[in-house]
Design a protein around this ligand. Structure first.
Ligand code: ZN
Length: 378
């Protein structure tokens, strides 16, 4: 049987450069539209049962985040349900950065990805299931460049508008796993924090802001090559209709609190980036953000505040990023949540690394923290 590799499916991305043995492949990652970014990979290896498979992805020193590779382990699955880490090493001096994955598959098909994938079919399952829950409405805010819906799920009877959105960067699939956890928690009456939030607020959740990039197997851009989290100051229908649709909907409701959900390639931690550099920064906003982060530390031992991005000086915020734009535009507390592609160094679990299950558990903690602090955020 011949060993074969394919990525011709939803969110697939790999290119076979050459084969050096029956089960020895040299691979490369295709770039996003725009030609700038690449890092996400997702492919299937068939016919390698019992063979010592050697997969080398080369040229990674030019990837979007070269620091994402040291200490990283690729995710593999035989059934596309359970994803575990594979023995992985990185050599920056070999073929301009080589990630080597060595595994002997126990089954005919092996799936390999940068992180557990979240398909558009699963997205539609999530939207359909959530929309059937009591008190939930689901609306389409607009469409992507390729005509896919920008879905928004809404619930709650309170006056404060909370916006939670994820996957502006499509390769950060942990963001939609997080959104799945959040939507399950918010429609679970047994989860007390959801009852508090739904009585005090109107919640708007956009589980996937970049369906085109998701389907195309991109790391960071939409079909037009736009990095959506650099489009919030002046989104356009031609280049970033996904952002325009969501920002217009936010302008209609106002925003009391916003959470933008991401993954970070390099840092092995969960952390929050704020909006400290915005021109109109108020003490109330700073206090609200600090209060939220402190509460989230209490709610989840997987969250921490020591490690994160450098804080922008006053007046130097990049207002094309959603968190800064929304904090400036609405005077609200806004936060960017980052989860790791690697493991969380604070409480490691090497068998899976950071995972769908841990992303979903963190979503519950984030909602519990929000319920505990909502009266102090407005
Ligand atoms: Zn991101």
């Amino acid at each position: 049987m011949t060993v074969a590799i394919t990525s011709a499916f939803d969110s697939g991305n790999i290119r076979v450069l050459r084969q050096e043995g029956a089960a020895d492949f040299v691979l490369a990652i295709n770039k996003d539209a725009g030609g700038e970014f690449f890092q996400w990979f997702h492919f299937r290896v068939s016919g390698a049962r019992g063979l010592p498979l050697r997969l080398r992805i080369v040229g990674l020193n030019a990837s979007a985040y070269p620091e994402g590779w040291p200490g990283y382990a690729a995710r593999i699955s035989s059934d596309r349900q359970q994803w575990v880490t594979a023995p992985t090493s990185f050599d920056r001096d070999r073929e301009e950065g080589t990630l080597s994955i060595e595994v002997t598959p126990a089954s005919d098909h092996l799936w390999c990805a940068y992180f557990a994938p979240y398909s558009m079919e699963r997205h539609h399952d999530l939207v359909a299931r959530t929309a059937l829950a009591s008190g939930v409405s689901s609306r389409v805010l607009g469409v992507s460049i390729e005509g896919q819906p920008i879905d928004c799920l809404e619930m709650g009877e309170g006056g404060a508008h909370i916006w939670i959105y994820g996957r502006q960067h499509p390769g950060e699939t942990m963001a939609e796993w997080w959104m799945e956890g959040a939507l399950e928690a918010l429609t679970d009456p047994a989860f007390a924090a959801s009852r508090i939030l739904r009585s005090k607020a109107r919640l708007h959740l956009v589980p996937n802001m970049n369906p085109d990039g998701s389907r195309r197997g991109y790391l960071r851009t939409n079909a037009a090559g736009a990095n959506l989290n650099r489009e919030w100051a002046a989104p356009t229908a031609e280049r970033s209709p996904e952002v325009l649709a969501v920002r217009n909907a936010m302008d209609e409701t106002g925003v009391m609190f916003a959470l933008d959900v991401h993954g970070d390639e390099a840092l092995p931690h969960n952390f929050i980036a704020g909006f400290e550099g915005i021109p109109s920064l108020s003490q109330r906003q700073i206090d609200g953000l600090e209060r939220y982060k402190t509460e989230l530390c209490r709610q989840s031992p997987e969250f921490q505040v020591k490690m994160g991005y450098p804080v922008a000086p006053r007046g130097r915020a990049n207002l094309t990023m959603s968190t800064n734009q929304l904090a400036e535009r609405f005077g609200c507390v806004a936060a960017t949540l980052e989860m790791p592609f690697k493991d969380s160094a604070d409480l490691p679990w090497p068998a899976t690394g950071w995972s769908p299950e841990r992303s979903k558990a963190l979503a519950r903690a984030c909602l519990a923290a929000l319920a505990a602090t909502i009266d102090e955020l407005s």
